[in-house]
Design a protein around this ligand. Sequence first.
Ligand code: F6R
Length: 257
Amino acid sequence: MKIIITNNSHSVAEIACDNVVAQLKAKPFSVLGLATGSTPITLYEKLIERHKKGEVHFKEVHTFNLDEYIGLEETHPQSYRFFMDRYLFNHIDIQRDNIHFPEVMSDVLSAAKDYEAILSDVNGIDLQILGIGQNGHIGFNEPYSSLGSRTRVKTLTRNTVEANRRFFDEDEYQPHLAITMGLGTIMDARHVVLLATGESKAPAIRDMVEGALTASCPASVLQMHAKVTVVIDEAAAALLSDRDYFDWAHKEQLRLE
Ligand code: F6R
């Protein structure tokens, strides 16, 4: 894992943005895996800025979102599709037919399989953006998810439902089921860029980077991936015991580049 520790959430987003822009410049018809949640919002803002400056185009890009709540129409303000339209897709030149989400309004069991089939039709994900849950989930792969899992229906933990309650009105229906790419699906991406900010993510980051490979911390599966870039702020890095080494290794890496 390449660990980049930087001052604040803006520089986390800037570094992630540089990775996406470099990917799209090298391969304009890239397949991107995208995440929702609070963490990538600034990254999406920066991508929109770079697009408006003419530095990056999305005309030939395909996107696959990690997950979607079962039973929420794409026009529902809490659906992840609505989120992505609002924070990214409505502001860039992506073709609507190239935006992919798990189909959550019909037969969800076959929809999960179909998602995998569409992904393999486009030859998999070039660059996958990830956030991380306080419990170490990536996508909606909650603790004890199979480390080899594929896209499927998942029951959210109470912890995740609680963490996401802030997005729903008090008496609004909040789904407890989602379709999510599996950990095996994520591991097939050719490059993974994981972002985390804030002290609430520090235990999950410690467990992911320095802990054992275990389904109790699903993100720890990334220890087995050949190309992972972890971009975190000081607060999210606070519990890393080998912090000095990560800073040093990053400096050496920059010198090499
Ligand atoms: C969202 C997703 C989740 C989030 C995670 C962190 O598509 O897959 O794994 O990345 O819950 O969410 P935030 O960024 O809101 O802390």
